[in-house]
Ligand binder design. Sequence first.
Ligand SMILES: Cc1cc2nc3c(=O)[nH]c(=O)nc-3n(C[C@H](O)[C@H](O)[C@H](O)COP(=O)(O)O)c2cc1C
Length: 296
Amino acid sequence: MVSQIMAPWTPSFASLMSSQQATGLPATFSFSNVGADNLPHVRTCVFRGFLFDDKKTNVLTFTTDRRMMKLKDLEKNSVFEACFYFPSARKQFRFSGVVRIITCDHSPEVSFDSASISDGSISSTSPSAASSESVSSSSGFAEAEIPIVELDRDFYADNLKDSGIYNELTYHLVSPTQAKNIESISDFSQQPPTLAPPTKAEWQNERLRIWKGLSRTMRGTFRQPTPGSRLTPERQKLIDSISRGVDGGSQEQDNFVVVCMFVNTVDTVDMGVGPGRRVLYKRDRVDHWKEFEVCP
Ligand SMILES: Cc1cc2nc3c(=O)[nH]c(=O)nc-3n(C[C@H](O)[C@H](O)[C@H](O)COP(=O)(O)O)c2cc1C
C-alpha cells in the first residue's frame, strides 16, 4: 500500500536540488507574498528540504523569524510564489500555493479524504491528454492559441479559499510515522491502517529536527534585536556578541518558525534543451496532478 505519492515535478526538482547542495552553496530561492498594503514583496530565502525529510510530501520548507514582516503578512494572506533557478541545468521552477507554519505554540491543521489515494496512485495525465481535456474557451480565438492559464481561470487561484495561515488546510499529508510504517509493510494481506494527518507531536518534532540542522550562527539570529528595527550602538553591540557566541544567551527558539510551502501549481521552464521546454503542473482538490506541456 502507498500512503503518499510523489508529484510528477518532484523527482527532477529533488535531483537538481541535490546536485546544487553538493556544491556547498546554500540552496537559495526567491519567496514572494502579498503584503497588507496589497503589494508584492519578494526576498531571498534558503531552502531547508522537503517536509519530514520526505520527498513524497511534495511540501517545501524554509525557516524564518516570527518577528519578520513576511510572517505578519502571511498570517492574513498565506498565498505565495517561490522561484528556484538551477543555473547548471538552466532550469526554473516557479511554485505557487499556500503556506502553513510551525511555531513553538502552533502546528498546522491538515485534513484530507483518505479515500482519495486509496488506489495508490495520483493520476498524472500526459501533457497532450491534459491539454485536450482542459476547459473550453469562451473567447473567439482558436482554443489551441490560448494560454492554458487563461483557459483554466482558476489555474493559480484554485484551493486558495480560507487562506489565513491558521486555517485548516485540505492537503494529502500523512503522519510521517504512519508513512514510514506503511512503506515497510511487506505482508500485503495485512489490513492497511486508515491514513491520518501528522500529529501535533510530529509537527513539533519536525520543527526541532530543522532547528538542529541550523548552524550556531544561524540559531543566534533568532535572539538578535527585532529584524527591521533601527540599528543603535547598543543593538549593534548585542548583534556582535551574539555572533561571537559571547552574549551568554540561551538556545532561544521562540522566534524560530518553519514555513511549509504547500504547492498547488508548478511552472517549469527548461532552457537547457533546444529552444526551451515549459511544463505546467496543477494539483486538484483530491491531490491528483495534471501536467500540461505548453509553448515556452
Ligand atoms: C542568501 C540569503 C539567504 C536568506 N535566507 C533567508 C531565510 O531562509 N529566511 C528568511 O526569513 N530570510 C532570509 N534572508 C533574508 C531575506 O531575504 C529578507 O531580507 C528578510 O527575510 C526580511 O524580509 P521581510 O521583511 O519581507 O520579512 C536571506 C537573505 C539572503 C541574502
